[in-house]
Design a protein around this ligand. Structure first.
Ligand SMILES: Nc1nc2c(c(=O)[nH]1)N[C@H]1C(S)=C(S)[C@@H](COP(=O)(O)OP(=O)(O)OC[C@H]3O[C@@H](n4cnc5c(=O)[nH]c(N)nc54)[C@H](O)[C@@H]3O)O[C@H]1N2
Ligand SMILES: Nc1nc2c(c(=O)[nH]1)N[C@H]1C(S)=C(S)[C@@H](COP(=O)(O)OP(=O)(O)OC[C@H]3O[C@@H](n4cnc5c(=O)[nH]c(N)nc54)[C@H](O)[C@@H]3O)O[C@H]1N2
Ligand SMILES: [Mo]
Length: 799
């Protein structure tokens, strides 16, 4: 499954800047490869436009004033992947058993094209066989009715629309289950737990205009060039205005270094690049708490100095006999000379926050030696970052998966908020926290009730509107679902999109347990591994994609989603459906619900005929958030969801924004500091994938082409451990010694990454991650920090 013939991989080339000709070439290649009809490229003109369709790739904001072409390289790839003319139809499934398909690679499965028929697994032939929709709904309904509701899990990947998600959670809850895990559990769950404690918001507070009004951006642990390339345009505009971008990342990511706008002819012709990061700090993975503590310490101590405690306080507060650092002296001097009274915003801290003294005491107490050793940064670097921060009036703090997918992910999020609060960088124009989301509606699905946490859902309202008694117990997150499948507590798994088995930790252990399930139902557009690892009864139900015309009884329908900056947008499909046998997601949910439910009064058929009625129902359930939903559906720029923290209203237990002091700088398991053979692994996305969807094998930015089976290592570590670049190694998990978790035959690529750290691609590395290795409260798997060992491999792929 993971090893493949590596067709003469090409490694170590200079990628050039993000965007530029490399981006244009990459888009052209995929449009040709997917045999997109000529309408394809012109289709892209409607991407992310008001009255157009919303991109199926990332969740980045859609501006009111759009560019002529409001898409990026990866958005165009995602579009081409969905409107491909290739089909995985009944002839394809007649030709292959599932056992055979299990040996295929992720790329090859999806590359077969769009699914065309509803299918049921036939145990005698081990094949998927076409089945009528009604037969499918009837049998699924019959089976579900025989299983206790708490033994059924309803997973959602983050792409389904607000309308679909609202129907889906209602179906699950009327059925009697709060088991509504979602991709967000593996993604920004640390944000969902951490930010409410800090600032009383479940989502970031930034809006698009903050990028136009800031004078500095702290860019932490997010890979803009690959994961949200349209945001590069906002960063480029900011740089042109003189905004400083201070980056903290494990790797040197070319997308964070320089950019050529592929849609600006003059830039393309002259090759004029925009440098993105003005300061680039390469932290060790898991080192951000220490790095941000260092920045906060420098700010607090400069403020102490400014309040006439003296310069020595700035340079030597940890009591070490060290000479005053040049950066500290310069910073203190600059701050002393500045006409403002304080370095910190004491008025804001006093009026709006709680916990400052304890946090400041902790920051002062951390020794620079400790902060340097843990973060991998020098004291000078942390002080320099603090100086840039202090010299800026409004700072946006952006972060992504490098912070959330960690054992201390929640504490990472607290630290971002702590830094913001020191200078009141929340709730004023040009400031704010921007948690860059993944899937195009992952934030929105939570907003309309996809969550295992009943406290986040207006259950009484649902009870009143639909006359049923909703379950009040805490449901299962993705990690809990895996545990429940292992222990036999789960009997059925329904999946609204996604590729659960490839996305979760402990791939091999989960794949072995999965067939114990009685029923698995997959609603999907393209074939993936989760459709092959299945229960005793298994259905594969193909749905319309967002880009397709969704014709219902009252005419073509629109759907909606929520962006990373909490704005809602309508979206209308433009191309003919991939097959006449497809149903829309709302129609599939309605079919399942009608065949399963024996209670509740929901007008399923009316809703499917006219999605504006679903939006009315959403508005009735959440009147504040979705006021005049239908009227504002296509408002240019979207309409904003109220986020009280934006107005400096803190919906926390004490009605204050809270400084929360992490109790440690690094997780307890840091055996890499005692055993120098252990490295800390982070898993990454390449520029040629969307999560488990592998478009191809070219990670242009990182100079890797033709293979994904690589491990990125620091040159000194390669030598120290006795390896050579290009050699093949096996990776073995260095925690939980009772179970051997290992993957074989990964080629060493020398890369600019701090010593003691290494990186490899997701999902190939997922078998290494123990299920229990996650943030304790959020249960976000620690995909960016896992201690591993390397050994020479005898499983060298054929070349
Ligand atoms: N083209 C494309 N776009 C996507 C996706 C995709 O797969 N492909 N996926 C979508 C989804 S669901 C999501 S959640 C987002 C993910 O988007 P990102 O948040 O960018 O997540 P990753 O790509 O996993 O990479 C995170 C970055 O964190 C850095 N990093 C790793 N560990 C650490 C650390 O400990 N500290 C610091 N400071 N940095 C670290 C890595 O070097 C990398 O640059 O993108 C979305 N958009
Ligand atoms: N090691 C490691 N593991 C990770 C991560 C990591 O960084 N490292 N990241 C985690 C993160 S952030 C996330 S979000 C998860 C992603 O986990 P998922 O969201 O479960 O996985 P995806 O790969 O996005 O799902 C792709 C599949 O979705 C289906 N699909 C596509 N479009 C549609 C549609 O319109 N409707 C329906 N019904 N189906 C559709 C297709 O069949 C496609 O094969 O993975 C997590 N796993
Ligand atoms: Mo994600």
């Amino acid at each position: 499954m993971t090893s493949r013939p590596q067709d003469k991989p090409h490694i170590g080339f200079d990628s050039g800047p993000a965007g530029g000709w490399g981006s244009a070439k990459s888009v052209t290649e995929i449009v040709l490869r997917e045999h997109i009809p000529l309408s394809g490229p012109s289709l892209l003109r409607h991407q992310n436009k008001p009255e157009g369709y919303m991109c199926v790739s990332c969740a980045w904001a859609k501006p009111a004033k759009t560019h002529p072409l409001e898409f990026c390289e990866n958005g165009a790839k995602a579009t081409a992947w969905e409107v491909t003319s290739k089909r995985a139809d009944e002839t394809f499934f007649a030709a292959h058993t599932l056992g055979e398909l299990e040996t295929w690679l992720d790329h090859d499965l999806e590359e077969q094209g769009r699914l065309t028929h509803p299918m049921r697994w036939d145990s005698a032939s081990d094949k998927y066989i076409p089945v009528a929709w009604d037969t499918a709904f009837d049998e699924i309904g019959r089976e579900l009715k025989q299983i206790a509701p708490e033994m059924v899990d309803f997973y959602t990947s983050g792409r389904a629309s607000l309308e679909t998600c609202y129907m889906y959670q209602l179906f699950a809850r009327i059925f009697g289950s709060n088991n509504l895990p979602d991709s967000s559990n593996m993604c920004h769950e640390s944000t969902s737990v951490g930010l409410p404690e800090s600032i009383g918001a479940t989502v970031g507070t930034a809006v698009l205009s903050d990028f136009q009004n800031c004078d500095c951006i702290f860019y932490i642990a997010q890979n803009v060039g690959t994961s949200s390339p349209r945001l590069l345009h906002d960063l480029q505009d900011a740089v042109h205005r003189g905004v400083k971008i201070v980056t903290f990342n494990l790797l040197r990511e070319p997308g964070l270094e320089r950019f050529i706008n592929p849609q600006a002819p003059s830039e393309m012709i002259t090759g004029s690049e925009t440098p993105i990061s003005s300061e680039y700090y390469q932290v060790r993975n898991g080192g951000d708490i220490a790095a941000l503590f260092g920045v906060c310490k420098a700010l607090i101590e400069a403020d102490d100095a400014k309040q006439s405690l003296g310069l020595s306080k700035v340079a030597g507060s940890d009591g070490e006999a060290r000479s005053e650092s040049a950066a500290a002296v310069a910073f203190a001097a600059a701050m002393t000379a500045a006409d403002k009274k304080h370095v910190l915003d004491h008025d804001f801290i006093k009026e709006h926050t709680s916990g400052f003294e304890a946090f400041a005491t902790a920051a002062r107490a951390h020794s620079w030696d400790n902060l340097e050793g843990t973060s991998g940064l020098t004291r000078e670097q942390m002080i320099a970052a603090a100086r840039t921060y202090a010299e800026s009036d409004a700072v946006v703090l952006v972060y992504g998966m490098g912070l959330t997918q960690q054992v201390m992910g929640v504490e990472n999020v607290h630290m971002v908020a702590n830094l913001a609060l020191l200078r009141g960088n929340i709730g004023k124009p040009g400031a704010n926290i921007c948690a860059v989301r993944g899937h195009s509606n992952v934030q929105g699905q939570r907003t309309v009730g996809i969550t295992e946490k009943p406290a986040l859902v207006p259950l009484d309202k649902l009870a009143e509107l639909y006359r049923f008694d909703p379950p009040r117990w805490e449901g299962r997150s993705t990690v809990d679902v895996c545990e429940a499948v292992l222990s036999g507590k789960s009997r059925a798994f329904v999946s609204l999109g996604g590729n659960f088995i490839r996305a979760v930790p402990d791939t091999e252990i989960m794949e072995a347990a999965w067939p114990k399930l009685r029923l698995t139902v997959q609603i999907a557009t393209k074939l993936n591994r989760s459709h092959l690892i299945h229960g005793e009864i298994a259905y594969l139900l193909p749905c319309l994609g967002r880009l397709e015309i969704d014709q219902q009884a009252t005419g073509p329908q629109a759907v909606s989603m929520e962006s990373s900056v909490a704005h809602f947008h309508g979206s209308r499909g433009r191309v003919q459906p991939a097959s006449p046998h497809l149903l829309s997601e709302p129609a599939i949910i309605a079919g399942l619900a009608k065949a399963t439910l024996t209670r509740g009064i929901v007008p399923w058929d009316e809703w499917v005929a006219d999605y504006s009625l679903i939006r009315d129902a959403i508005e009735n359930t959440y009147p504040e958030t979705f006021k005049k939903f239908n009227e504002r559906l296509f408002q240019p720029g979207g309409f904003a969801r109220p986020v009280p923290a934006r107005e400096r209203k803190w919906v926390t237990a004490n009605k204050k924004a809270n400084f929360i002091t992490p109790s440690r700088l690094f997780p307890e398991f840091d055996i890499s500091s005692v055993d120098d053979k252990v490295l800390n692994l982070a898993t990454l996305r390449s520029n040629d994938q969307f999560n488990t969807t592998i478009y191809g094998y070219s990670d242009r930015f990182r100079g890797v082409d033709g293979t994904r089976q690589v491990v990125f290592l620091n040159g000194e570590d390669i030598e120290r451990l006795g390896f050579k670049p290009g050699e093949f190694v096996d990776m073995t998990t260095a925690i939980e010694p009772g179970v051997v978790r290992s993957i074989q035959g990964f080629r060493i690529v020398e890369y600019d990454i701090p010593r003691g750290c290494c990186a490899s691609y997701y999902p190939e590395a997922n078998p290494l991650f123990p299920l229990g290795h996650h943030a304790p409260r959020a249960k976000t798997p620690s995909y960016k920090l896992l201690p591993i060992r390397l050994s020479r491999s005898d499983k060298v792929p054929v070349e």
